[in-house]
Design a protein around this ligand. Sequence first.
Ligand code: URP
Ligand code: ZN
Ligand code: ZN
Length: 472
Amino acid sequence: MTTTPPLDLVVRNARIATASDCYDGDIGVHQGRVVQIGASLPSGVREVDARGRVVTPGGVDAHCHLDQPMPAPVRMADDFDTGTRSAACGGTTTVIPFAAQHKGQSLREAVDDYHRRAQGKAHVDYAFHLIVSDPTPHVLQHELPALIAEGYSSFKIYMTYDDLKLDDGQILDVLSVAREHGAMAMIHAENADCIEWLSRRLEAAGRVAPRFHALARPMLVEREATHRAISLAELVDVPILIVHVSGKEAVEQIRWARAHGLQIYAETCPQYLFLTAEDLGLDDSYQGARCVCSPPPRDQSNQEVIWNGLRDGLFTVFSSDHAPFNYDGTEGKRPAGEEVSFRHIPNGIPGLETRMALLYSEGVLGGRITLEKFVELTATNPAKAYGLHPRKGSISIGADADLVVWDEGERVIRNSELHHAVDYTPYEGRRLRAWPALTLARGEVVWDGQFQPRSGRGQFLARKAPSLWSRR
Ligand code: URP
Ligand code: ZN
Ligand code: ZN
């Protein structure tokens, strides 16, 4: 006779939302995992009544930056403590930040350093992508293959930023490693030389305010690099994922590639739905530095293109690209306390805590995407793309009990109520129609309207190969 384990927790009367279905039921949890899903489950030691509420898998934020070493005096405001705290309070239960290799550094050393930064601090589970900026023969032949095998099954490469960018030959080399070892290559696609040329001309004309960041990085620099990244991937015959796609012209390149049978995946982020280049400033005020990120936010018609891509499957994942720099002080948007030229403003904006609620409010409750699509984009697909599925990103038997119970009530975003360590949010004052009422991470309450801290409860996740495509 088989015995069912006693239930530590039952989430009862839930409207359970997965990437494929929405249905009513109870979720039974034992030792941090989902062990039963059904009607009228037996009592649990703890009970949560979710009647009338949607329950989704905890979010998987597959693109965020936490405590990533930066050139002095710049420093990220969020470490693994504050970053994962804000993740939990916004319904994200898994984060994948970046162990970044700087040029001249061994990749292994970058990973070891990043583990030290995370150790004992995280409130939710975490994995690491790699950033490969120096693909030496040793890195390509030994370090990268070994790290992929150990569970770092994805890496990001850059086509821009002087300290990170690779040339086309180097990109072909690292893509070949991704192909041979079954890893996911994420590509930041912007043409570095065009940006440099435009930036110099703008600076020579005295145009240095934050708003000129958008003029130095027009859509065509993203379009060209996106097309080139696709061509390089086609040459090597390997799937890639283009990160932080901002608008129409890049989307068109990806559609073209898909129509030609290429496995090109794509990510977009809240800033391309909810911000425009005008948020960088209508005049030469420095305030717009808060919204400086790359690629820059575009305009309303591009926002519509991004919504369409989320709806029709062009986008695989929806990530925050949380890059936490304070506006005030000396370590963030004003390096050494100075108002600097647009090209020296640290790139990136905070968004870990607001990612899920923004998409739920404006996407699902705004009638733009289905609840199933929301789950796919924020949890299931990121888990599949980066080798964490089905343990993460789904509500299914055996999966981690990472769950969000949603409260569909009005809420206004106030930075003073967020849990990151950044001194602003680009979404200050924005009205939302939903926010997580409860976040469970492996069955433990981490957010119930109050943050429930337990530093070090988050575990490192060694990852498998991506499961978006079948291995050759
Ligand atoms: O501006 C951005 N996106 N900053 C974060 C770093 C990156 O390129 O993703
Ligand atoms: Zn990037
Ligand atoms: Zn990023």
